[in-house]
Design a protein around this ligand. Structure first.
Ligand SMILES: NC(=O)c1ccc[n+]([C@@H]2O[C@H](COP(=O)([O-])OP(=O)(O)OC[C@H]3O[C@@H](n4cnc5c(N)ncnc54)[C@H](OP(=O)(O)O)[C@@H]3O)[C@@H](O)[C@H]2O)c1
Length: 221
């Protein structure tokens, strides 16, 4: 597969909810790839603490500051806080590429399961709430544990990238590829994001059964 030729060098990456496992894991990998990283939080203090723990020049700030300042913004908050947070940042996120990696999942004693989403998927919810942003769905199947593991130099994973805007999906594919070992693979339009988000429930079942941090690989490309 020929990776997209988009030049992403120097783009700053902001992460809303970047104090969590997923946000810190992505922050660490993008910082290691020499991207300026801005960790967002509802609390500037927690953001700074997380940024300090990542190092490599990462900075922390409140979510609204991160949404304003970063070139590309990743949404890494739990599904139940997703809609309200994005509604509150509509103006700050206007015109930007917003990468949604949110998996709307529930958990019970049988394990993880996909939650119904009125708009179809978390990514479509983001697109509905942010009509002036370029919403791209990606990074649903990365394991935060793997991203944070200093022993893992190469992350063995394809990142499915979905969206309506080819330039934006190309850019996000190229961003995924700055993480050694990762390929960004175009996965279709946002109307097909629901099953990508839901597949995470299957990966969690696989992880439990096989004591693994499973990801996916797409063959023949
Ligand atoms: N963990 C993974 O391996 C993984 C992999 C792929 C995708 N994801 C997705 O990434 C997202 C984040 O996962 P996570 O495990 O990092 O979650 P998390 O640790 O539970 O939450 C991440 C951060 O979101 C903020 N937050 C929590 N509730 C919020 C609310 N109601 N409104 C606004 N912000 C809120 C918190 O930051 P502050 O309190 O500092 O504001 C928290 O540190 C989820 O949607 C998940 O499905 C996770």
């Amino acid at each position: 597969m020929m990776p997209p030729m988009t030049d992403v060098s120097g783009l700053s990456i902001g992460i809303l909810g970047g104090t969590g496992d997923q946000g810190k894991g992505l922050a660490r990998r993008f910082a290691l790839a020499r991207h300026p990283v801005l960790i967002g939080s509802r609390s500037a203090g927690r953001a700074q603490e997380a940024a300090d723990s990542i190092g490599h020049g990462a900075r922390g700030a409140e979510n609204a500051v991160v949404a304003t300042e970063a070139d590309v913004v990743i949404v890494a908050v739990p599904y139940d806080g997703h809609k309200a947070l994005l509604e509150s940042l509509r103006a700050e996120l206007a015109g930007k590429i917003v990468i949604d990696c949110v998996n709307p999942l529930g958990f019970d004693k049988k394990g993880a399961f996909a939650l119904p989403v009125e708009e179809g998927s978390a990514a479509q919810q983001a697109a509905a709430v942010l009509p002036d942003s370029r919403v791209v769905a990606a990074f649903h199947h990365v394991s935060a544990v793997v991203l944070m593991d200093p022993a893992v130099d190469k992350v063995d994973l394809d990142v499915l990238v979905l969206g309506e805007d080819r330039e934006a999906t190309d850019l996000v594919q190229a961003l995924a590829a700055v993480i050694p070992g990762v390929r960004g693979v175009y996965g279709g339009r946002l109307r097909n994001a629901a099953q990508v988000e839901a597949l995470t429930a299957n990966l969690i079942s696989i992880n439990r059964r096989y004591k693994a941090h499973a990801g996916i690989r797409v063959t023949d490309i």
